[in-house]
Write a protein of this length. Structure first.
Length: 362
């Protein structure tokens, strides 16, 4: 699932698979890679590269790795300050490092190392941080979550766009659609113009958006109805944006495209005479994420805002409105019964109508 990169130090030992378990072919590796979100592949690849380099310095085999090696590595991560922050890795980053090691073994057709010891080290690290008198330590123990872009925040974001321009129309459509379908940046970047279908009849008014959810490996088609506020209505924003694309003679191909500083659809990028990036002008996942951060900065809204803020904001707003968790999950592409969905719900202060003691007869 992740590209296996040998450590440059020749003292690192990589043990070849046995004759009965030949490594995956190039075609099989590519097929596995295609099923994993690009951002996850990059993160896992970087994490495993760092693990292999640490193994090289410690003169330990990294593929396959012994359980004791993984335990030692996790211990190293909990006590070694990172150059950028001056603090050891967060528990969530260490969880991802463990996952990258297991993933790399699976990709090489090797049995992943047992990680009970490593996870006990991690559990102790979490407990130590959580019980610390240092506020920074306690925050470090928690997942590095982004803020939820609920509708009130979303209004501030889109108000910063010049919606008379193609770029402003694109950015508004992107953020409003991301919130409306609980879309990840990678899912939005992958959309085509043909992914959106509009309806206007007695039973259906709005649009359906065909989205492939890589996490659950399934297509979904959430229905988006007209909003009560034209400024934040995702249907109207999409209609306006698609009309602008049509005026640029773009009626098929990628939905969200690069726009240059002159406000026109950017031509294919080249380097040394060769085309780089998507030749159709499709926006990258990183560019889609940047729009959220730039909008938050322009709106001067404090917090940690990323593309996932739209997804978290959808869940938080829908739950606050009393929508059923099953309906929320299916609309946003979570598997039924997903525990991960609960992590997207922003807690209130406990004094509101959602307090579970209200109305139970005490």
């Amino acid at each position: 699932m992740t590209e296996i990169v040998r450590a440059s130090d020749s003292t690192a030992t990589e043990i070849a698979p046995t004759a009965t378990r030949r490594p995956l072919s190039a075609a099989a590796r590519a097929a596995v890679q295609a099923g994993i979100p690009e951002s996850t592949r990059r993160a896992y690849s970087a994490d495993f590269q760092q693990f292999s380099e640490w193994c090289a310095m410690e003169h330990l085999p990294y593929l396959p790795a012994d359980p004791e090696t993984v335990t030692e590595y996790v211990t190293h991560l909990t006590i070694t300050p990172r150059p950028r922050t001056g603090r050891p890795y967060s528990p969530s980053s260490i969880e991802r490092a463990i996952a990258s090691i297991r993933t790399a073994h699976k990709a090489a057709a090797l049995a992943p190392p047992e990680t009970k010891g490593a996870r006990k080290v991690l559990a102790g690290y979490k407990a130590t941080l959580s019980e610390s008198d240092d506020d920074t330590d306690r925050r470090h123990a928690q997942a590095n979550r982004v803020n939820a872009a609920v509708p009130a925040v979303l209004r501030k974001f889109v108000a910063t766009f010049d919606r008379a321009t193609l770029k402003g129309k694109r950015d508004a459509a992107l953020l409003l659609l991301a919130h409306a379908v609980a879309g990840r940046a990678s899912e939005l970047a992958a959309l085509n113009i043909s992914s959106v279908t509009f309806y206007d009849d007695d039973k259906r008014r709005g649009m359906a958006v065909k989205v492939y959810r890589k996490k659950i490996k399934r297509w979904t088609e959430p229905k988006v109805m007209y909003g009560s506020d034209p400024a934040t209505c995702p249907v109207r924003a999409m209609q306006t944006y698609l009309k602008a694309l049509a005026e640029e003679e773009r009626t098929e191909g990628p939905l969200f495209v690069r726009v240059n500083r002159h406000g026109r659809i950017a031509p294919p990028m080249t380097r040394n005479g060769k085309t780089i990036g998507d030749p159709t002008g499709r926006m990258t996942t990183d560019a889609a994420s940047d729009i959220v951060e730039l909008a938050a900065a322009a709106a001067e809204v404090d917090g940690r805002w990323r593309s996932h803020s739209m997804r978290r904001g959808f869940v938080t707003a829908a739950r606050a409105a009393g929508k059923d968790l099953v309906d929320i999950g299916r609309h946003g592409g979570w598997a039924d019964g997903s525990k991960a969905l609960l992590a997207y719900i922003e807690e209130d202060d406990g004094w509101g109508e959602n307090n579970p003691l209200i109305g139970i007869g005490l």
